[in-house]
Design a binder for this molecule. Structure first.
Ligand code: FAD
Length: 580
């Protein structure tokens, strides 16, 4: 190792970390180190392949963290996939490029994050994007876009597969969802999602016949690697903890990190120093652990592992939010080929119809009890009043601002006479946690999303199931769906109660792999871990930039927002000059 002193040290060369590394190293006078547990997957066909989702899952580039038994869902256990490679989870994900609803980003500002709203983030969605316009075949296959929504000069190529599903699949689904009252949406990426459309992907369709995955490393690292001697990536190297310059166990003093302790694959431990800042970008499931191993977190948890408490920040690792994903399926009498990116976003009114007002009233009446339950689960790290504020904002988004509550994919399975609909409630009220469970920094996190913690989460997912069932029975799709296989009318009869739906949902769901919120950006008294400049409360020079800072779950899929947030974060970081 020639160099162990850098201006900036970034922990995690993933989706967000590589954006920050790229932007900071644009200045040749600034030195940047990226510490990444995984290796390069530049030529890994499981990664580059654009036609089959999931090839990397369960391979060595997947952390495949074991989850905790789910108390509210039959005590089942889950595996949490997350990328362990340069490029992070963007190397293994579904490549869906789908931005959130505008008002969800506006809600961030109401949590004490001055300057964070849809219009301030909008330029960064565009800055990160290099949109690829449509071929005539892709247009025939149903893809469409609004040019004013897109950026054309950024790093992340976004476009449609060269093997889109053709034939009449698009017209059948579009007509069906319109008959269900869902409008056709020309382009889902403008901040309003309700309706039926086709989504684009983080891929580069001008490379080879099938295109290639555009993960964060392909977008933000490889094109620049050779020409930036000031950017140094340490592969197969894991950060253990931060090292404090003014090492003090007197809580209250602001701490400055002087660097980090890292470990190589063969167990060698050494330090990498940061003269300016340490940026933690290890993802929602790992960034809180780095803070806890460094003495930043809930004293009750740190003391359990005899870790000296440097900063009392009880919300570290709390506030975990993910969505439960369920799949319904049917036999299909229509042959299809190609990739089917068909999505429907539905609001509470779409799902609950004439019951919407009573369901809203019941939810709002339950907020104090939901808040008390989450506060208790967090060992009262969270206060009931803070949670009441957060849950009220969430209820307003769902019922007053009509943010979509459901994402439903319509998937005619190519080459098989089957039709499946993965779906998930976008905004569950369950709150979980991710924490250390050992002093060993290599031990996996204890991940507990508390799926289906509250009746509303079950009712909403059940309502989506009923909605999908109605779609199966709506023309023209009804002419092609021959029999419901999952759940099937024997398991969940017509007019089944939420309880019956819930029993089935809890037995078959999986995580949506959109964990957020575990180092949330919000006012400290509400449960924040980082301030609006993404600086960890109580530190002078430690920031978190990754999915853990999102205070709330968002509609759409995370990477579009993470690229935008990281682009903006890099500009915020650059504004501070370091004295070194
Ligand atoms: P990551 O990209 O996970 O980066 C964290 C990095 O830190 C990793 O490279 C990791 O190896 C490294 N790291 C962790 N701990 C350490 C340590 N101690 N020291 C050094 N390095 C460390 N989103 C979409 O937008 N579209 C999709 O289609 C989609 N599909 C998904 C499918 C799956 C199966 C999964 C798991 C996720 C999916 N997501 C999708 C979600 C999205 O990909 C992630 O939310 C996003 O990539 C997370 O980015 P991040 O920067 O927070 O973390």
């Amino acid at each position: 190792l020639k160099e162990t002193y850098y201006d900036y040290v970034i922990i995690g060369g993933g989706t967000s970390g590589l954006v920050v590394a790229n932007r900071l190293s644009e200045n040749p006078a600034i030195t940047v180190a990226v510490i990444e547990s995984g290796g390069s997957v530049f030529n890994n066909r499981n990664v580059t392949n654009t036609t089959t989702f999931g090839l990397s899952l369960g391979t060595p580039i997947d952390w495949a963290y074991p989850g905790e038994p789910q108390e509210y869902a039959l005590n089942g256990t889950l595996v949490y996939h997350a990328g362990k490679a340069l490029g992070g989870t963007s190397t293994i994900n579904g490549m869906t490029y789908m931005r959130p609803e505008d008002v969800q980003i506006n809600a961030w500002e109401s949590l004490g994050n001055t300057g964070w709203n849809w219009s301030s983030l909008w330029p960064y969605y565009k800055k990160s994007e290099r949109f690829q316009t449509l071929s005539s075949q892709q247009k025939i296959d149903g893809a469409s876009y609004n040019p004013s929504y897109h950026g054309f000069h950024g790093s992340v190529t976004v476009g449609w597969s060269t093997t889109l599903m053709g034939g009449d699949a698009h017209s059948i689904l579009n007509a069906t969802w319109q008959n269900m009252g869902m409008p056709y949406k020309k382009d889902i990426n403008g901040g309003k999602l309700r309706g039926f459309t086709m989504w684009p992907f983080t891929l580069n369709n001008s490379v080879g016949g099938e295109g290639i995955r555009q993960d964060a490393a392909r977008a933000y690292y490889y094109p620049f690697a050779a020409e930036r001697p000031n950017l140094h990536v340490y592969l197969n190297t894991t950060a253990n903890r931060l090292i404090w310059a003014n090492d003090t166990t007197s809580p209250g003093n602001e701490l400055t990190a002087s660097g980090i302790e890292v470990m190589t694959l063969n167990g060698d431990i050494y330090t990498i120093l940061a003269s300016c800042e340490v940026i933690i970008s290890a993802g929602s499931l790992r960034s809180p652990l780095l803070l806890e191993h460094s003495g930043v977190g809930n004293p009750a948890i740190l003391k359990k592992y005899s870790i000296p408490v440097h900063i009392i920040l009880p919300f570290v690792g709390e506030n975990l939010q993910d969505q439960p994903n369920t799949l319904m399926g049917a036999t299909f009498n229509h042959n299809t080929t190609g990739y089917p990116p068909y999505v429907t976003s539905a609001t509470a009114t779409d799902l609950f119809g004439t019951s919407t007002a009573s369901i809203e009233a019941s939810l709002r009446a339950s907020i104090p009890a939901y808040a008390a339950a989450v506060a208790a689960n967090s060992g009262n790290a969270f206060s009931v009043s803070a949670l009441t504020t957060l849950f009220t904002i969430q209820a307003d988004l769902i019922f007053t601002q009509n943010t979509p509550l459901a994402e439903i994919l319509s998937v005619p399975v190519a080459g098989a006479l089957e039709f499946v609909t993965p779906f998930w409630v976008l905004f569950p009220f369950a709150r979980g946690s991710v924490h250390i469970q050992s002093t060993n920094t290599s031990s996996p996190p204890a991940i507990n999303p508390n799926f289906f913690q509250f009746p509303f989460d079950v009712s909403a997912q059940a309502a989506i199931g009923r909605f999908v069932r109605r779609a199966f029975a709506t023309a023209p799709l009804s002419n092609h769906v021959t029999a419901e296989l999952l759940p099937g009318l024997e398991t969940v009869p017509a007019n089944a109660s939420d309880e019956t739906w819930g029993a089935w949902l809890k037995s078959v769901y999986g995580p949506n792999y959109h964990p957020v919120g575990t180092a949330a950006m919000m006012a400290r008294e509400l449960g924040g871990v980082v301030d609006p400049e993404l600086r960890v409360y109580g530190t002078t020079n430690v920031r978190v930039v990754d999915a853990s800072i999102l205070p709330f779950q968002v509609c759409g899929h995370l990477t579009s927002t993470l690229y935008a947030v990281a682009e903006r974060a890099a500009e915020i970081i650059k504004e501070k000059t370091c004295s070194s």
